[in-house]
Design a protein around this ligand. Structure first.
Ligand code: NAD
Length: 247
């Protein structure tokens, strides 16, 4: 039996990387899946695709309304994957106030906007789950990632607060904390390095497993937290980091 038969799911940032792998996995397992992304042009059937910018409240509300209608559940949404996010490098001396506002607006307030638009529909589900894509940066103290880490620390706290607020409504809220994942994002980062091969080797060496995490491996963790298999789990984070923090 498919784990997600009859489940209606929405994935932000679902056109690439972790979001893409998650949307495809949920669909393979029987869910109807809507992807919200800045650029959903590469998203194919059976996934439904909607253009939305999580920093623009009106565009989020419009896209969520259209997706929920097209998913055909009479207003019910079962699963929200808050995954859209952007990176930032540097110490506190390297990023401007504008950088801080811009990245926080995507990584944190973007999740808030999407969640706010989805909550009325999630309340109508018999087994609602929200999974936020956080990062080991929330707790690991990574160098050159002050701004990014602060936004992911906020995502971690937001996950706990949302779990407390909505547990009695039957909505579970958890997050995944990936290590370095082999996605187009990391590809872009490597392309800016003077020696991309050496940089990739350094990233791999940082992981006790000696390799980057696969986007599909993060998708599996997200799928677990989104499914009734984790029905007694809320307000937690699941590390998918090749042992980076625990070992
Ligand atoms: P990615 O760049 O491959 O995909 C991100 C997607 O989000 C893209 O499709 C992009 O268009 C979309 N997006 C960006 N800004 C948006 C906006 N304002 N509105 C709507 N969509 C927007 O990145 P990824 O590596 O798959 O990262 C996905 C999530 O995973 C992010 O939240 C990131 O912080 C987190 N993460 C990534 C890694 C990693 O190593 N790749 C590690 C830990 C956490």
């Amino acid at each position: 039996m498919s784990d997600f038969e009859g489940i209606r799911a929405l994935v932000t940032g679902g056109a690439s990387g972790i979001g893409r792998a998650t949307a495809e996995l949920l669909a393979e397992r029987g869910a109807q899946v809507a992807v919200l992304d800045l650029d959903p042009s590469s998203v194919d059937k059976p996934l439904l695709a909607y253009r939305a910018d999580v920093t623009d409240d009106a565009s989020v509300r419009e896209a969520v309304a259209a997706a929920v209608a097209d998913l055909g559940g009479h207003g019910v949404l079962d699963v929200l994957i808050n995954n859209a996010g952007i990176g930032a490098q540097g110490t506190v001396e390297d990023n401007s106030d504008d950088d801080w506002h811009r990245v926080y607006d995507v990584n944190v307030v973007g999740m808030v906007r999407t969640t706010r638009a989805c909550l009325p529909h999630l309340r109508a589900s018999a087994h609602a789950a929200i999974v936020n894509t956080c990062s080991i940066a929330a707790t690991a103290g990574l160098p050159q990632r002050a701004l990014y880490s602060a936004t992911k620390g906020a995502v971690y706290s937001l996950t706990l607060a949302m779990a407390a607020d909505h547990v009695r409504e039957g909505i579970r809220v958890n997050c995944v904390n990936p290590g370095t994942v082999d996605t187009p994002w990391v590809g872009r980062l490597l392309d800016t390095a003077p020696d991309p091969a050496a940089e990739r080797a350094a990233l791999e060496a940082r992981q006790p497993t000696g390799r980057l995490v696969g986007a599909g491996e993060v998708a599996c963790a997200i799928a677990y937290l989104a499914s009734p298999l984790s029905g007694a789990t809320t307000g937690t984070s699941l590390a998918v980091d090749g042992g980076m923090q625990g070992l």
